[in-house]
Design a protein around this ligand. Structure first.
Ligand SMILES: [Zn+2]
Length: 282
């Protein structure tokens, strides 16, 4: 399995054998890359939800006045802070989702780099972080998890498969992980819909568990499910007065995708050491 190494083990330097100054410089670059990637995926997610073509949608523009944005307006985080969250041209408020998504992606990049150092795992996790941000942003805005993000997550896993220490082991673990949680959830949802006539879980959430299972294997998939339930309840309490959906999905739907993504991320970084510690108790 690609993540066999887990998080920083005892005696392993967080500085990856570089000087402290060079490590700090690398982390600074990682954060900048995260901010830029966050800005990119935020734009991609917005255009997807609003049915604007990504490459032929023209330059980025203010959603209130439509004015094309200059490069100065597009500096991640800084532009929003300097303009105090308002459009330079019409003065209307610019959603806080821009700086928040950029900062969140930078935090994901940094956490991956700190846990796995300058390795292929980190590169794969950074790419996964961008796609997970896409899932979260679209789900939060429209209560829809788009298949294209899920397909890209599966493709990302497949693309790194040849670099795994044991391809066969990673393949078996990935396939077991893909179905260990998603299949029971699918059966439970079908039972709920056809027998109890109650909607239990969105198809997008089940598919998200399936593709994340490729990275997680079956044990960590189960751990993700447990964490996601707690995170979902927490999100539900925090956002209990907010109405989601209202577009293609009925208003009142609750986006579970961000809870699943957050749980999966924590488990990808810390799940294996946590699992080892848990089994050492017996
Ligand atoms: Zn404007």
């Amino acid at each position: 399995m690609l993540y066999a190494k887990g998080c920083l083990s005892k005696g392993e330097s967080a500085m990856w054998g570089f000087t402290a100054a060079f490590s700090a410089y690398l982390l600074f670059l990682t954060a900048l890359l995260g901010l830029a990637a966050g800005s990119f995926i935020n734009c991609a997610a917005w255009r997807l939800v609003h049915h604007e073509p990504f490459f032929r949608g023209g330059r980025s523009h203010c959603v209130a006045c439509g004015h094309a944005l200059s490069p100065l307006d597009l500096i991640p985080l800084l532009s929003w802070i300097c303009l105090r969250g308002r459009c330079r041209y019409c003065g209307k408020p610019v959603s806080a989702r821009y700086p928040l998504a950029e900062a969140a992606t930078a935090v994901l990049f940094l956490s991956a780099a700190l846990c796995f150092g300058p390795t292929l795992e980190t590169v794969q996790l950074m790419l996964l972080a961008v796609l997970l941000m896409g899932v979260c942003l679209t789900d939060l805005e429209s209560c829809v998890i788009y298949d294209r993000f899920l397909l890209l997550i599966a493709a990302l896993w497949a693309a790194f498969l040849p670099f795994s220490p044991s391809v066969q082991e990673t393949l078996v673990s990935g396939i077991a992980g893909a179905f260990s949680v998603s299949l029971p959830l699918l059966l439970l949802t079908l039972f709920g819909e056809h027998v109890l006539h109650r909607e239990m879980m969105g198809g997008g959430d089940i598919k998200l568990f399936c593709v994340l299972g490729l990275f997680l294997g079956w044990k960590l998939s189960l751990m993700t499910l447990i964490f996601a339930c707690f995170t979902g309840i927490l999100f539900g309490l925090v956002f209990r007065n907010k109405t989601f959906g209202g577009g293609e999905e009925p208003a009142g739907a609750f986006p579970f995708g961000p809870a699943v993504c957050l749980a999966a991320w924590v488990v990808l970084l810390f799940g294996r050491p946590l699992l080892d510690w848990y089994f050492s108790l017996f």
